[in-house]
Design a binder for this molecule. Sequence first.
Ligand code: ATP
Length: 362
Amino acid sequence: MIRFENVTKAYGSFTAISDLSLDIHQGEFFSLLGPSGCGKSTMMRMLAGFESVTSGRILLDGVDLTGMPPNRRPINMMFQSFALFPHMNVARNIGFGLKQARWRKRDIADRVDEMLALVQMENFADRKPHQLSGGQMQRVALARSLALKPKVLLLDEPLGALDKKLREETQFQLMDVQDRLGLTFIIVTHDQEEAMTVSSRIAVMKDGKLLQVGEPSRIYEHPANAYVADFIGNVNLLPVRISATDGELIDVTWGNGRNMVIRPQPEDRLSAGAQKTLVLRPEKIHVSKERPEEAFNINMVEGVVEEISYIGSVSTFHVRLDDGVLIRAQEANRLLASRREIDWDDRVWLSWRAGACVIIES
Ligand code: ATP
């Protein structure tokens, strides 16, 4: 539905977006994710028409958007600040764009009612923005940006002003509305958990370039490179050299010449001698005082617990291996903290299941 075709955006001598191509499909909840300054908002602004494209083009349903003013594009944008008019009540805020577009009074009233119902704000039509909570303002802003029936809604950090709990609730409301209307939502966020929760696909950006585009689980489990792996969630990234491969089993050398036998994802194709990065997520590692029995020397290492960080639901164990490498492993706290079986300075085994680690380019 939306195609960025070799799009470059330069501000003077600074290139904010560099030869970027991307397809976004009809009905997707698509996230642009990346660190501050990577170009996420620039992408949105070009799509909405607030910013010109230096070279390349953006197509919507096959139509080149170059030169089309923002108000002619079937695209609406919802800002982090909500930008509600303080002197207008909720109903007039929602109907504002319709009035500007010269809808008939009766049609405006019907559409406003429909939108109030969509975001479950029927009882708040007469309130002014200052009489609403942050979450309620967010819902009014959403209703207002959907009132004119855009084909695409752009959401720039839409939940940034909300606290964590409300944020999570609102994420589900957004997903529900998007699903019911079957619209295309594009969201900009630097919160990777938010992107994982709401999106059908995520584009991870850095320095005006796309590093990886894919479904959340694909990006998490099969990161294209170390940067993506590190940006999405906690991770152990271990530089390794492939010493030998034997079917599914792979000998790797790491740390101070230490050898380890691993069984990575079956799709990892490797040849001996290559320098790679082993990606091992903390939650996939089991910590035990006893040596795991199932697999002889495969997917396991031994070390000493140096640090334990407790966040209620899980504990993260920082385990120093004998050769100095530090690995973080996470366990769900099934017992009360006072009954924890593993403590500081304990000697432990770290083990993980076949296929729980992936090998990527270093
Ligand atoms: P954030 O998450 O902080 O909002 P972002 O990924 O949305 O960041 P952009 O706002 O798209 O980043 O900016 C991308 C780069 O382009 C930044 O380095 C920024 O300084 C630069 N930039 C943005 N607008 C302009 C402008 N009008 N003139 C010059 N440089 C700009």
